[in-house]
Design a binder for this molecule. Structure first.
Ligand SMILES: C[S@@+](CC[C@H](N)C(=O)[O-])C[C@H]1O[C@@H](n2cnc3c(N)ncnc32)[C@H](O)[C@@H]1O
Ligand code: SF4
Length: 384
């Protein structure tokens, strides 16, 4: 994997959680009982289905996301990792990430996940403040989060944790204090997500308001400055890392690489050997329907569509501009056969460059700090 070769990933979705957080609109469900043996068999079967579909590739990352994959049996995780190795060549530097919640029950299984082959843990800490954790409906305390971080550092060569900011009433001063505490215990990577209020969530229904643009921008800037000064600059809108500690799996997707997505609601991107065309692959969202489909026909694919050239280049621009490195000219050409300059509106590009929102040079296209704050508006103009 390099900035020109984006790598090839495998994403595995575990759709269950112990409870539903009031802000979350991920494909996550609370189930009374989960038949782990049935789920293990179905995930393995769908993985085998895709292995027959991709030809010979070298897997550079596996990502167990959710939902709450730390509720998976470690044997299931081990079995799926082994199956990836049976079906594909794996890179020496294979990154295997698992998302975990920091309750004490799950922390008790960290050693077993490491044993299973996981080499990177991503912890959903969300806050280091007990009142904020209660507001966010989390099942863990700040003390449990700290203990889980200590354990993650002891067991895994690499780990990261997530924080949610721009909560109602959160001041820049309080956010800086929380970040300073986070930096004291962080490894090489932190994900900082601005609270969004998604339709259909409990927060949306009860009228919780998102921060206005000015407060959101002030907190975003405060985080960028502090983390940059601490040696973990932003490499993507919400992600910060020491150089070399970036999440390789997410880099593959943002750089437009192919990935297989298995499990309910997972999506993938697969490029045909002969055609060079990329297909968007979407798995059935509801867990019970996905399970029934896999058991009946070996996979739970709901939709598989070949992306038109314009759709593909638009998505590469949308994902690539999230990254600090931007869109590499050479990579873009390799993935699409066209120059990046032809994929965007030329007049808008010039306007945005003159206004200090974009840099366009020999390397490619990237947003400035000012452009990053208004990424949606920049994209609307470029892709009009
Ligand atoms: C799939 S979830 C996390 C996995 C794990 N179940 C957990 O909660 O710790 C990925 C991350 O997205 C973030 N997230 C989810 N919904 C969000 C929202 N509405 N606003 C901001 N961040 C959100 C949270 O930080 C969460 O850890
Ligand atoms: S934030 Fe994590 S634990 Fe909470 S509902 Fe979403 S996926 Fe589940």
């Amino acid at each position: 994997m390099s900035s020109v070769d984006p790598g090839f990933g495998v994403y595995i979705h575990w759709p269950f959680c112990r409870s539903k957080c009031p802000y979350c609109d991920f494909n996550s469900h609370v189930a009374a009982a989960i038949d782990q043996d049935r789920w293990r068999a179905a995930l393995a079967r769908e993985l085998a289905h895709f292995a027959g579909d991709t030809g010979a590739r070298t897997v550079t990352s596996i990502f167990f996301g959710g939902g709450t994959p730390s509720l998976m049996e470690p044997e299931t995780v081990a079995g799926l990792i082994a199956a990836v190795g049976d079906y594909w060549t794996v890179a020496d530097t294979l990154e295997i990430t698992l998302e975990a919640n920091p309750t004490s029950v799950e922390a008790g299984r960290f050693a077993a996940f490491r044993e299973a082959g996981v080499n990177r843990l991503s912890l959903g800490v969300q806050s280091l403040d007990d009142d904020a954790l209660a507001f966010l409906g989390r099942e863990h305390s700040a003390a449990e989060a700290r203990d889980a971080i200590t354990l993650a550092a002891a067991h895994f060569p690499r780990f990261s944790f997530d924080l949610i900011y721009a909560r109602p009433g959160q001041t820049a001063r309080a956010w800086r204090r929380e970040l300073a505490e986070a930096l004291d215990i962080a490894g090489g990577h932190l994900s900082l997500y601005q609270l969004t209020i998604e339709p259909g969530t409990a927060f949306h229904l009860s009228g919780v308001a998102a921060a206005d643009d000015d407060r959101g921008a002030a907190l975003y800037q405060a985080a960028r400055e502090m983390l940059s000064a601490a040696g973990l600059p932003a490499y993507e809108i919400s992600n910060h890392a020491r150089p070399g500690e970036e999440c390789r799996h997410n880099m593959t997707t943002w750089r437009g690489g192919d990935y297989v997505g298995i499990g309910p609601g997972a999506h993938g991107r697969l490029t045909g050997d002969g055609t060079g065309a990329t297909e968007a692959v979407n798995q059935t969202r509801m867990p019970a329907h996905w399970l029934a489909a896999v058991e009946a026909r070996g996979h739970g694919t709901a939709r598989r569509t070949r992306l038109r050239a314009g759709e593909r280049s638009d998505e590469l621009v949308m994902m690539g501009l999230r990254l600090a490195e931007g869109i590499g000219r050479e990579r873009f050409r390799r993935l699409t056969g066209t120059d990046i300059g032809e994929a965007v509106d030329g007049a808008a590009l010039e306007r945005l460059r003159d206004g200090g929102f974009l840099v366009a040079d020999d390397h490619g296209l990237r947003v400035t700090d000012t452009g990053g704050l208004r990424l949606n508006a920049v994209l609307v103009a470029l892709l009009a």
